[in-house]
Design a protein around this ligand. Sequence first.
Ligand code: CDP
Length: 211
Amino acid sequence: MIIAIDGPAASGKGTLARRLAAHYGLPHLDTGLLYRGTAAAVLASGGRLEDEAAAARAASGLDPARLGEDESLRGRPMGEAASVVAAHPAVRAALLDLQRAFAAQPGGAVLDGRDIGTVICPDAQVKLFVTASPEERARRRTRELDGRGEPADPAAILEDIRRRDERDSARSAAPLLKADDALMLDTTTLGVEQSFLAALALVEAKLRGRA
Ligand code: CDP
């Protein structure tokens, strides 16, 4: 079974993806890390994020197995940098096979990102589109950064989130979009556990042909 989870920044899709993967015993790929890793590699080599060819080379040279260990990728600056390289079609093309191969593992997988249900796994059995209000997402991201010792001004985070939503939705290459057959989950008023239970109910309903 492939579960595709998409949604905007700090909507809670990563946490949900991890919980659903653990519940069903499936491997999980946080595809945002691929774009964060690509941006980090461009910057480390002294390149510019706007340079599509340099970014595509960085994407092709990624070692996905090592991305999970690099805490610096999860910080605020790399989220912003990731959304710049993610708008380059050549970067998205360079990362396509790797994501499809992950999804094609026997038994299936859970992938979360922006274009999983629309581009990477259009045939996924279950697609969720996870949202929350920008204000609630900003509160969550502020708490998350605080927890990692990267204190941030909530108003600046809200600004970041709005800018990133706009860039991710407006780009022509695989924009952030709900797939027609994705189930919508608004987590604005839900805590982590409630969100998980709501997502689980949607997945189970879909698997039983009731959603
Ligand atoms: O955790 P958060 O939602 O803030 O970020 P992320 O999922 O790690 O994604 C960082 C950036 O990578 C996003 O703003 C997108 O521009 C890009 N991205 C993408 O274009 N496609 C994906 N499948 C995943 C991420």
